[in-house]
Design a protein around this ligand. Structure first.
Ligand SMILES: Cc1cc2nc3c(=O)[nH]c(=O)nc-3n(C[C@H](O)[C@H](O)[C@H](O)COP(=O)(O)O)c2cc1C
Length: 301
């Protein structure tokens, strides 16, 4: 389903979630090739963007992965604004992370930590949106310890975000339990801007149904897309795991890769197939791309 997301033409309303360590450039391109309408360069800390030129260089997308956004997290206005000024020319959209539950991120007063002070969160969004030349969107969760969707939506909406992604879990839940889609539906009714629903979606068909049923305007698939780029296809597709892996490795060779990240991604691809445990062991011991390819020769599906 074609659409204009924050003014950006997209081929589908089903997006790829940002996932640190997994949604690399090759992964974003492959998911886009199978139908993902939009992807994100996963969360970078504003301080890393501000003080590390190498990180900044790595963030520049190639044309094959556009349209995609960059996701930033940060503790304060000054640092986030400086980071936005550095990256906004690279991409058509900036997303702010107010949902990451990791201990490291929370202890640096970033990510979901902002849900503890909604007034400050609103001020942060307003400040960043007012200086940015690109749409600023927000990705968050339904609450910290318990759902407080109404309060969160009010803070974000009035803070001038161009779209909101809501993961239907609290921070306390982490990734356990089930995403609460009733809270997402409630948020859609309260929101003046497009709402992207997120949590436990397996494929485009399921996502499009949720959009039709007015739970949200767009959806994002996270873990369901790991090793499974085909989940974005709106038409049934017959592709073996080995074909998908071959394509993925080729994209990594073209666009560059981090060896240990590639190995973890490949382990996702082989999940559940015959002989996976042997291949997984060989993959984890592999030290070069040749050894990685050798491990995959055992692949039978
Ligand atoms: C390994 C991993 C890394 C993640 N990294 C990010 C991130 O960088 N930014 C973000 O907003 N969410 C991140 N998330 C959360 C996902 O984007 C998504 O919101 C969550 O997994 C729920 O969607 P799902 O049920 O479809 O997986 C991450 C999740 C996982 C499992």
């Amino acid at each position: 389903m074609k659409s204009k997301f924050c003014g950006i033409p997209v081929e589908s309303k089903v997006f790829l979630s940002p996932m640190v360590g997994f949604t690399s450039r090759a992964s974003r391109i492959q998911c886009k090739q199978y139908g993902a309408g939009f992807t994100y360069i996963p969360m970078e800390h504003s301080e890393a963007v501000n003080f590390n030129e190498e990180i900044l260089k790595k963030l520049k997308p190639v044309k094959e992965e556009l349209p995609c956004g960059i996701q930033l997290t940060g503790a304060d206005e000054k640092s986030l604004i400086k980071a936005v000024e550095k990256v906004e020319k690279l991409v058509p959209l900036i997303d702010l992370n107010f949902g990451c539950p990791s201990k490291k991120i929370l202890s640096s007063k970033c990510g979901a930590w902002h849900l503890k002070d909604l007034k400050k969160m609103k001020e942060l969004i307003s400040a960043v949106a007012s200086v940015s030349n690109k749409p600023v969107t927000v990705k968050t969760r339904i609450g910290f310890d318990a759902p407080q969707t109404e309060k969160i939506m009010k803070a974000i909406d009035t803070g001038a975000a161009s779209a909101i992604t809501l993961h239907g879990r609290t921070v306390k839940q982490g990734y356990s339990g089930k995403a609460d889609w009733n809270e997402i539906k409630k948020a859609k009714k309260l929101s003046c801007v497009p709402l992207i629903g997120n949590g436990d979606i397996e494929n485009a068909e399921q996502g499009n149904k949720l959009i039709e049923q007015k739970y949200c305007d767009y959806v994002m698939i996270g873990r369901g897309a790991l090793g499974n780029p085909i989940c974005f296809s709106e038409i049934p597709m017959n592709k073996s795991k080995s074909e998908l892996i071959k394509e993925f490795i080729k994209l990594n060779e073209i666009h560059g890769f981090d060896e240990s990240e590639l190995k973890t991604q490949l382990i996702q691809f082989i999940k559940g197939i015959r002989g996976a445990s042997i291949i997984r062991k060989q993959l984890s011991e592999a030290k070069t791309i040749i050894e990685i390819n050798n491990a995959l020769k055992e692949l039978k599906e």
